[in-house]
Design a protein around this ligand. Structure first.
Ligand code: SF4
Length: 286
């Protein structure tokens, strides 16, 4: 959408906002720098990077308030579960709203007059139109230009390829438990990032540091990989593309999810990936 706006195929936006959890792959930060340098700046579109802290550091620091990640849990009775996801709201939605309030001139807790609002573009394509929804506050009005243009994911990929941006990486925290095996393998290809996520996975086995320090320890064990096996030993090679291709049509949903992660992964405005939390109160931000 940034490129379409810069090219004049969509109206020119006033700002582009990137919510940084502090734990994206290096490739994402490099890509963002490139978008800013080659597309946004020449078009006069400021890229605002907003943040509510570093999600990795906060999870491991008992002094820090930490918003729960959707960790895969093995409960004491051996049953699988998940902790509730708060991270998207805390590390993405909140800093974006804060920035928007500031741009409008009404920082929290000022009341924003009814007639003051921003138009916010969300890059959902026609394949995922079910994720489009209205904003939950009056000062933001959501628009979905790609859906209005009738663009599918394939159309977006073709357009990006024409701009020499075919290698656009997927934005998500390095250690996001919603990753599928394909994403874990991509991370493993970078030894430094793989060591980082394997170490984090081991460090959160008993839950986040703040909850443990507050005598609210996890009852069971937490894992980043959905197999609920330590990440370094998890079967991330188990479902290969060849195996998937050999499957009968239609595509097996579980296999697809294992390979590519939950369909509705982490996006500030289109979160649908939550599973039922079985330890709902554990580790939630207070
Ligand atoms: S990418 Fe994953 S871990 Fe990061 S904020 Fe989103 S859901 Fe949470």
């Amino acid at each position: 959408m940034l490129a379409l706006s810069a090219e004049g195929r969509l109206p020119k936006v006033d700002y582009a906002i990137f919510a940084d959890t502090g734990w994206e792959p290096k490739a994402v930060y490099a890509h963002l720098d490139r978008l800013e340098r080659e597309i946004a700046t020449p078009a006069g579109i400021p890229v605002l990077r907003v943040s509510a802290g570093n999600i990795r550091e906060d999870a491991l620091n008992p002094q820090k308030r930490f918003a729960s990640m959707p960790l895969h849990i093995l409960n004491l009775d051996g049953k699988p579960g998940m902790t509730r996801r708060q991270c998207t709201g805390e590390y993405k939605v909140k800093p974006i709203k804060k920035q928007i309030r500031s741009l409008l001139g009404y920082p929290y807790p000022a009341r924003i007059p009814r007639e003051v609002f921003v138009e916010q573009w969300i890059g959902i394509s026609t394949d995922e139109f079910h994720r489009a929804k209205d904003a939950d506050v009056r000062y933001m009005r959501n628009q979905h230009p790609l859906i209005d243009m009738g663009w599918s994911r394939g159309d977006c990929v073709r357009y990006l390829t024409s701009l020499n941006l075919a290698n656009t990486p997927k934005s998500a925290c390095l250690g996001c438990p919603f990753h599928g095996n394909a994403q874990w393998r991509e991370i493993r290809a970078n030894p430094e990032e793989w060591a980082d996520v394997v170490a984090f996975d081991a460090a959160i086995r008993q839950g986040n540091a703040r909850a443990t320090a507050n005598n609210s320890p996890l009852l069971g064990a937490a894992f980043l990989h959905r197999s609920r096996v330590p990440l370094g030993e998890a079967p991330i090679d188990h479902v290969t593309a060849a195996e998937r291709a050999a499957q009968d049509s239609p595509v097996d949903t579980d296999a697809e999810e294992l390979e590519h992660g939950v369909t509705d992964g982490c996006s500030p405005w289109t979160c649908r990936g939550d599973s039922e939390a079985t330890q709902a109160r554990f580790g939630l931000a207070a």
